[in-house]
Design a protein around this ligand. Structure first.
Ligand code: C2E
Ligand code: CA
Ligand code: CA
Ligand code: CA
Length: 277
């Protein structure tokens, strides 16, 4: 139960004068929300393009707000990052994703990795690797069933990124580069980081069929990743035409509404039971 009642501020206002107040309110609400267990995870399947089988899941946070209902992360993750609340929130996401994955395995579901998004702010914590290790130990999840999704923003601190990724790799946890193609970093780091997978950003995948530039970029990313011994996931796949294109170009996996939107954890077992194509 909530001791302090709801306030009268609307969540999202264009009124600049209320911005600072709004931010504080949101931060305060997010802290309460963590304590009141208002956050939950949805999971979006990642499909192998050859077999049509689910070979991975991405954990995506939602806020079950008592007044507003299910709030998507785009509406609170930026504020959580700015205020630092992303650190305890991210800890919870990591813990919950590992706990849930272990629970699925114990229920007899075929073991598959769950990916967790890591924001730049989390990555700058000194004890992050220790936290990851202790969550794995505490949930007794085999490290090969956890993957971390990072963006190219981590290359802003190359030395720390190299060390962190080396330690992640030593733990046995997988690493994917998220939103690939939208960052500003050079391709330099790709050779030096132990990256298992590139996720091609939805903006390139969106019109691979209608836009020959995007088609060329996506093909080039797939070839480059394979030359570097990395897997490739296409994000935001919505149509059968996109699926055919990606299959023809040898893309490994797809994630998108065509396969399934993100769903609550209790729906995963039934999706896993569906036969591949
Ligand atoms: P993301 O990591 O790129 O996640 C993929 C987003 O694309 C998800 O939005 C997903 O619902 C959406 N999506 C998937 N397939 C399709 C499709 O076919 N079409 C379209 N239009 N969209 C698709 P969502 O869940 O709203 O998450 C948005 C972003 O919020 C994520 O982008 C990620 O950057 C961030 N986020 C979500 N959960 C977490 C978290 O636990 N921690 C952190 N740090 N960030 C998170
Ligand atoms: Ca995978
Ligand atoms: Ca992601
Ligand atoms: Ca992404």
């Amino acid at each position: 139960a909530k001791e302090n009642g709801r306030n009268d501020y609307s969540f999202y206002t264009d009124d600049v004068e209320h911005d600072a107040l709004h931010k504080l309110t949101l931060q305060h609400e997010m802290m309460n929300a963590l304590q009141n267990h208002e956050f939950l995870l949805h999971y979006q399947p990642q499909y192998d393009l050859e077999s049509g089988r689910i070979v991975g899941l991405e954990a995506l946070v939602r806020w079950n707000h008592p007044v507003r209902g299910l709030v998507p992360p785009g509406e609170f993750i930026p504020a959580a990052e700015e205020s630092g609340i992303i650190v305890p929130l991210g800890d919870w996401v990591l813990q919950e994703a590992c706990r849930q994955n272990k629970e699925w395995q114990e229920a007899g579901m075929a073991p598959i990795p769950v990916s967790v998004n890591l924001s730049f702010r989390q990555f700058t914590q000194r004890n992050l690797i220790g936290k990851i290790a202790s969550v794995l130990k505490q949930t007794s999840l085999d490290p090969q069933y956890l993957e971390l999704e990072i963006t190219e923003s981590i290359t802003m601190d190359l030395d720390r990124a190299s060390l962190f990724l080396k330690e992640v790799r030593e733990l046995g946890v997988g690493i994917s580069i998220d939103d690939f193609g939208t960052g500003y970093s050079s391709f330099h780091y790709l050779r030096h980081f132990p990256i298992g997978c590139l996720k091609i950003d939805r903006s390139f995948v969106q019109d691979i069929v209608g836009n020959s530039n995007n088609a060329a970029i996506v093909s080039a990313i797939i070839d480059m990743a394979h030359n570097l011994q990395m897997d490739v996931i296409a994000e935001g796949v919505e149509t059968i035409e996109q699926v055919s294109f990606l299959r023809n170009r040898g893309c490994d996996e797809m994630q998108g509404y065509y396969g399934s939107p993100p769903v609550p954890g209790h729906r995963i077992a039934e999706l896993m039971a569906e036969p591949g194509e």
